[in-house]
Design a binder for this molecule. Structure first.
Ligand code: URA
Length: 244
């Protein structure tokens, strides 16, 4: 037998409303357990064996969810915001109400963001001591100097006093577009200080004008996802993350 839980918690966890809204729904006969209307919100149910129907649709109980999002610009990495759309708002197919983004990308940054309700996994990915690699692609103003490569490799000291951990800078291209010098780079960092990539590039005189995260640990952005699109992690992706 599985673990029993209260009917109202079951439905609240699955985002069907607050406990009091669910109590009201039960009173009105909108909830069924195994085909029988149940009016008591504190009735115990077994998520593994009982079938719960809410407003005519079966509601399965999901404990953990894992989504890979290609974060678009203009959306904030938060669970709630009173001004902007959040990354959680973009996950339309979600079941759990307790999803959160694992770490933050700036509002104008695109790319890989893991969305889950797995707290221990998030902790392992974000703990500063774990030094999980993150690879970013950026377009920067100006021609990034070759000297930035060894400076970053040694750990650059930022003008504001932050001493960065060693990072790998790859200069992909330096070209002029409409008379403007631009560089494309890839940067691998193993920490995640506030505006880290932007601050590092600024420190070598080449402010970031476009930033996208490509990887986080073993997880790589699925390039078939357009900005704003998401999918569930595969079993393989999840196993790799869990072996961290
Ligand atoms: N570094 C930044 O500057 N911004 C991000 O969003 C992520 C890393």
């Amino acid at each position: 037998m599985g673990k029993e839980m209260r009917l109202d918690k079951y439905l609240a966890d699955m985002g069907k409303g607050t406990r009091s809204q669910i109590k009201e729904a039960a009173r009105k006969g909108r909830i069924q357990i195994n085909g029988v209307i149940e009016k008591k919100p504190d009735t115990k149910v077994d998520p593994e064996t009982d079938t719960i129907v809410f407003d005519g649709s079966v509601v399965s109980y999901v404990t953990m969810e894992y989504y890979m999002l290609n974060k678009p610009q203009g959306v904030v990495s938060a669970t709630e915001d009173n001004k902007y759309q959040t990354v959680i708002d973009l996950i339309e197919g979600k079941n759990r109400k307790d999803l959160f983004p694992v770490g933050r990308l700036d509002i104008d940054t695109e790319g890989l963001l893991l969305i889950t309700n797995d707290g221990p996994l998030a902790h392992r990915l974000l703990a500063p001591k774990k030094h999980v690699d993150k690879i970013y692609y950026a377009v920067c103003d100006g021609f990034v100097p070759d000297s930035a490569v060894p400076e970053f490799a040694e750990g650059i000291l930022l003008p504001d006093g932050l001493k960065c951990l060693p990072a790998i800078l790859e200069i992909i291209s330096r070209k002029k577009e409409d008379g403007k010098a631009l560089s494309e780079i890839k940067l691998t960092i193993r920490e995640g200080k506030f505006h880290q990539v932007k601050r590092m590039m600024e420190a070598v005189g080449c402010p970031v004008i476009f930033l996208k995260r490509l990887t986080m640990g073993s997880l790589t952005l699925d390039e078939t996802l357009k900005p704003g699109e998401y999918r569930s992690l595969t079993i393989e992706e999840l196993e790799l993350l869990n072996s961290l």
